[in-house]
Write a protein that binds this ligand. Structure first.
Ligand code: PAF
Length: 289
């Protein structure tokens, strides 16, 4: 696997592949790779000739009091994992390469309707940072297909909308969440958990499964919300949001779920220093368990 740090070297390799008529699959990441990231590369290699990944801890998507400095940077390890996975090219630019004019002056891409709720409220400005950097990365890599984890459900939905609205010539694909054996969604931020916190962390997943079942059995959104908050706080979580929403518009719902509706429960909760994120789609509940 080749690693490039400059836009010029990236463009050169991509152009050579395009001249040969090869298709490119792309998995953007912020590094500190785990099995979830590697599954994006595996998916890319199933349907594309070449797999490209990026490792870039994007400062634009971190708020002033968030973990930008602490975010784990493990490039050498990431390179080894990508190599083993069969990745062909890694783009790992310094911040200056992506934002040569500084971060304040950068052109911003925004998807306002889908970022009104959930992480859009908890992390103001976060999604503008994500959509801005993903637009730049897609412009640079020019992939035929781009792969994102379904753990970040709202991010995936926002990126699909952005790509549709901006007519970007790329197919955006969601890849199933990779989980630890107890159900905890894999995340680079899980390493902030202490041993005690790790032992209860999968309660987030279990609470989502219970909530989905309760809704399917006719309980109201309001009742399920209360039960879920209690279940999370009982084991030490500080719930950030637990929103039962339409899976397409991401608008929070009320009342009772009707069979066939496409709903998703989006949850975020703090456990000590870690902010955990997970979701469950109602129509897909059985297969996800
Ligand atoms: O999901 C992530 O790791 C990041 O938000 C992404 C898509 C790589 C953009 O920085």
């Amino acid at each position: 696997m080749q690693t490039v740090n400059s836009i010029a070297a990236l463009r050169e390799q991509i152009a050579a592949w395009k001249r040969e008529g090869l298709t490119v699959g792309f998995a953007p990441t912020m590094g500190n790779l785990h099995a979830g990231h590697i599954s994006l590369i595996t998916e890319a290699l199933k349907s594309c000739d070449k797999a490209v990944s990026s490792v870039f801890v994007n400062p634009l998507q971190f708020g002033p009091n968030e973990d930008l400095e602490a975010y784990p940077r493990t490039l050498a390890d990431d390179q080894k994992k990508l190599e083993v996975a069969g990745c062909d090219l890694l783009f790992a630019p310094p911040v200056q390469e992506m934002y040569p004019n500084g971060q304040a002056a950068v052109t911003t891409v925004s998807v306002p309707n889908l970022t009104k709720h959930h992480c859009g409220v908890s992390r103001p400005g976060h999604f503008d940072g994500v959509t801005t950097v993903v637009t730049k990365l897609l412009a640079l890599v020019q992939p035929d297909r781009a792969y994102f984890g379904k753990k970040d459900f709202q991010q995936l939905r926002v990126i699909k909308q952005m790509v549709a609205d901006l007519c970007l010539p790329v197919e955006v694909l969601g890849v199933e969440t990779s989980r630890e054996t107890d159900g905890l969604a894999m995340s680079s931020r899980n390493q902030y958990l202490t041993t005690e916190q790790r032992a209860v962390a999968s309660t987030l997943r279990k609470t989502l499964i219970n909530a989905a079942e309760a809704l399917q059995q006719g309980e109201t959104v309001e009742a399920v919300f209360e039960q879920s908050q209690q279940a999370l706080t009982a084991v030490g979580f500080k719930p950030d949001y637990f929103n039962i929403s339409d899976a397409d518009t991401l608008e929070p719902q009320q009342g009772c779920y009707q069979a066939g509706q496409n709903w998703v429960i989006l949850a975020s909760a703090f456990l000590g220093k870690a902010r955990l994120l997970d979701n469950i789609e109602l129509i897909a509940t059985k297969t996800q368990q």
